[in-house]
Design a protein. Sequence first.
Length: 103
Amino acid sequence: MTTETKTELPQATGSCCSPTGSCHDSAADATAAGVTTVYQVKGMTCGHCEGAVSEEISEIAGVTSVKAVAATGQVTVVSAAPLDEAAVRAAVDEAGYELVGQA
């Protein structure tokens, strides 16, 4: 007869991975990420346009991330709190484009 020795490795505590396979708590991630809003902007045609719009919007207080896509005219903005649409409109106008509204 052979004797099998089974060695169990200690489980790490505080690991982000759980037995369910989820590495993150979705509610906590959403809170940490802030508010995501997608705007429709008219007139963007190239990378320069994307950069100009992104730069102006990123100067609004509370904005943590901006991604503009000229091909779709959509600008995704992540901010700590909901933004005043008038402030976003002013930033887009300053860049030389037109805010249509939320996508």
